[in-house]
Design a protein around this ligand. Structure first.
Ligand code: ADP
Ligand code: ZN
Ligand code: ZN
Length: 733
């Protein structure tokens, strides 16, 4: 069987860029150009560029404005690639390009190849991927407006840079020096080979960011044009990191790319990266698709973070694309984490016996700098606590002791709202969402019942809507209720200055407004807050100097989840949460070290044993063994196909029909199609949702199969199917 060349793709050995043949000339009618436009992802036309005419040839990568039906849209002159034959259109039906935006340098071949690969690998049209990777404002600008933006950019670029002195880096520790040295040599592959990706495995506070800063400095010093890309998982971590980079590189322009920018800012920063005016590009997952022509280094901080996976449209993994991209642009790539993804951990395995080493180079930095030792982990057995107890009395006592000394506590609960369910003890009514197979969450602050899936919101009823009982009650705990009951339990306690304890909450509900998160974080940093309650937002990345105690209240769900990645996520979350404690050694008393408390019904679970020892390698080894025995990633590859319909039967039937149509190919390629099953929750906004898991030990075989499978989905789709999508390398099953 002939496999497509995209194998091992994220992954070396991909086909070299195809040289574009000169376009055929039509005498008197101009030159035929292939132009990529954003067509609906599921239209059969959408895979190929569309032909247009122009009076002169334009190099691939040039932006053009072209007519499409009755509209005028932005398009990109594209290569005539072998695997994307130009659409057959009668010559007289080919329409002329309206405007060529020739002031803008064309998007280079590396970028075009990245886009083509992303579309192909994630089963979306290249036009959709390409146009969604461009700043939205670019779609609305004419040549004159764009020219103005570019001139403004050039003017600021040639202006005298500020002569603020760069902050002086601390002398590197030996482990940091070794990591940098290894990164350096990773680029000296034999015979012009691309550098080996490096995985920097360093505990929280081991100085990873300092290594990034040095690696960036070296990359920028190599050539006057060199550019670097730094990816962070969360938008709210960008200001902190951006400040550190601005401090270290005051002469450099930094282009930030994330969803928090205004359209005008996003265009400006994108242009700065594309034209090379900005040599440092820093952003969230979307930044991986930016045009960065002279890319020399990609850094992916917290590479294990699920936020790197896009959850709609082309469901790409920014981490995986970073590796693909770096490989093709011969750039170095540095992934960093204290708890790497098992995929990256496996890829960086050392040689063992006959088994050769993985493709990545693993660099370890086990020691923390300037911080106390990693927090002591304390497992609080809740199996014998009174039923419904939310926190152990010991925890309240510990919070009090710390607060009296000016130390802070983080309390982590991964459920927002007041209570996950409202119910009537008389008739058994529960606050179900009428549109979803899920309960609506009780939010006390505005007395609403809110569905976290479809958003359906109502005022809380005064009495049970079924039997009229006035005594309706809450079930379970959310952060809002936790904040309230902590306030109650801690009201007798005092801080060192005699004031009552101050409790704050950070979750998606309290940070909805722009600037709210920053304001709340500032309160925590200033020491105004003694206890911070929140969801996982508070566990990530923040450099809280005065926190010495972190408590995770109810993590047990992940221990027995049907999602095989749940333990991996839990371990990472708890390690990361624990990393918030004791960041300032000077504040930690020798008699009460920084601590991570975990309340659990299962204190003897092996995950907790590894956590206690801060032993990620032991945890990873166990998980990998289980995955190996079960044939799960990274030992196999997954794709998830999802369909939505008014009826569950129709949704499942659609997936089944498409799978049956590919039955022979599945057998020939060794792809296994699991039966179609309902998703959880099964119904959202009155639409029934079903999914089918596809699995193969061979990535290329799965890719080949998906290509045909998606054609079958196109072919068998009928009006009953509202939408369908393919998620390649899904993170949640
Ligand atoms: P990580 O990214 O691994 O959590 P950071 O790079 O943020 O760690 O470093 C943690 C702290 O240690 C920071 O305050 C940083 O300024 C400091 N630090 C890092 N490297 C050094 C060094 N070589 N000497 C002194 N302090 C350092
Ligand atoms: Zn009732
Ligand atoms: Zn709902």
């Amino acid at each position: 069987m002939q496999l497509p060349p995209s194998d091992e793709a994220l992954f070396p050995d991909l086909e070299p860029p195809t040289p574009s043949p000169s376009p055929p000339a039509f005498p008197g009618a101009g030159v035929r150009l292939d132009v990529l436009v954003a067509l609906p992802a599921h239209s059969p036309l959408s895979m190929a560029p569309l032909p247009y005419l122009h009076d002169t040839a334009l190099p691939p990568g040039t932006l053009v404005r072209v007519p499409l039906g009755a509209r005028e849209v932005l398009g990109i002159v594209w290569d005539e690639a072998a695997d994307m034959p130009g659409t057959e259109v009668a010559p007289e039906a080919i329409r002329p390009v309206r405007t060529a935006l020739t002031d803008l340098p064309p998007l280079n071949a590396h970028w075009r190849q990245l886009i083509a690969f992303t579309g192909r690998y994630y089963q979306r049209s290249p036009g959709e991927v390409a146009l969604s990777a461009l700043p939205p404002q670019l779609r609305d600008l004419d040549a004159v407006q764009l020219g103005r933006r570019l001139r403004k950019l050039q003017a600021t670029a040639t202006a005298q840079p500020p002569d603020t002195p760069a902050s002086v880096p601390p002398p590197l520790t030996p482990q940091q020096q070794q990591a940098l040295q290894a990164l350096e040599t990773s680029g000296e592959g034999a015979g012009g080979q691309a550098p080996r990706p490096c995985l920097l495995f360093g505990s929280t506070g081991s100085g990873k960011t300092e290594v990034y800063l040095h690696a960036v400095a070296r990359a920028l010093a190599a050539t006057p044009q060199a550019q670097v890309l730094v990816l962070v998982p969360e938008i709210n971590l960008t200001p902190q990191l951006q400040a550190r980079f601005a401090d270290r590189f005051p002469q450099e322009r930094i282009a930030a790319l994330h969803s928090g920018l205004t359209p005008a800012q996003r265009l400006q920063h994108w242009l700065a990266a594309h034209t090379g005016v900005a040599r440092i590009v820093l952003g969230t997952r979307m930044a991986v698709l930016a045009s960065i022509p002279h890319l020399q280094l990609v850094v992916v901080d917290e590479e294990h973070d699920p936020s790197y996976k896009q959850q709609e449209g082309a469901r790409y993994s920014a981490r995986d694309l970073a590796i693909y991209r770096a490989h093709h642009q011969q750039a170095r790539v540095l992934l960093g984490s204290a708890t790497p993804s098992l995929e990256s951990w496996y890829q960086s395995r050392p040689a063992e016996g006959d088994e050769p080493a993985g493709r990545y180079l693993r660099l370890a930095m086990p020691e923390r700098i300037g911080a106390a030792p990693l927090p002591r982990v304390r497992l609080v057995d809740m199996a014998h606590a009174p039923r419904g107890a939310v926190f152990s009395p010991l925890l309240l006592e510990a919070i009090g002791t710390r607060a009296a000394r000016g130390e802070q506590t983080l309390v982590l609960l991964n459920r927002r709202g007041y209570a996950p369910v409202l119910h009537c003890p008389d008739c058994g009514w529960k606050s179900e969402c009428p549109h979803c197979s899920a309960y609506r969450v009780f939010h006390k602050a505005d007395r609403t019942l809110r569905c976290h899936h479809c958003g359906y919101t109502e005022r809380v009823p005064r009495a049970c809507p079924v039997c009229g009982n006035l005594d309706i009650r809450t079930l379970g705990q959310g952060t809002e209720r936790l904040e309230e009951s902590l306030a109650e339990h801690l009201q007798a306690l005092r801080r060192a200055d005699g004031a009552p304890l101050a409790i704050a909450r950070i979750d998606a509900d309290t940070t909805r407004h722009a600037g709210a998160l920053e304001a709340q974080l500032a309160r925590v940093h200033s020491g105004d807050v003694d206890v911070l309650v929140g969801t996982q937002i508070i566990a990530k990345g923040h450099d809280f100097r005065r926190v010495t105690l972190v408590a995770a209240l109810n993590p047990d769900g992940a221990l027995f989840s049907s999602d095989f990645r749940a333990p991996e996520r839990l371990f990472a979350l708890l390690m990361q949460a624990g990393g918030r404690a004791g960041r300032d050694a000077a504040l930690v008393r020798p008699d009460t070290p920084a601590e991570l408390w975990v309340q659990t019904q299962f204190p003897t679970h092996p995950l907790f044993a590894a956590l206690r020892a801060h032993d990620y390698p032991a945890f990873a080894a166990r998980q990998l063994e289980e995955r190996h025995d079960a044939g799960l990633p990274p030992y196999s590859h997954h794709a998830l196909v999802r369909a939505e319909s008014r009826s569950q039967e129709a949704a499942q039937g659609f997936l089944r029909t498409a799978a049956e149509a590919c039955g022979e190919l599945a057998a020939a390629t060794g792809v296994y199609c699991y039966p179609a099953v309902p998703m959880t929750p099964q119904r959202v906004a009155n639409q029934e949702r079903a999914q089918m898991l596809l699995e193969s030990p061979n990535r290329a075989a799965l890719q080949h199969f998906l290509h045909h499978f998606s054609q079958m989905l196109h072919a068998h789709r009928d009006r009953a199917i509202l939408r369908w999508a393919i998620d390649v390398d899904p993170l949640a099953i």
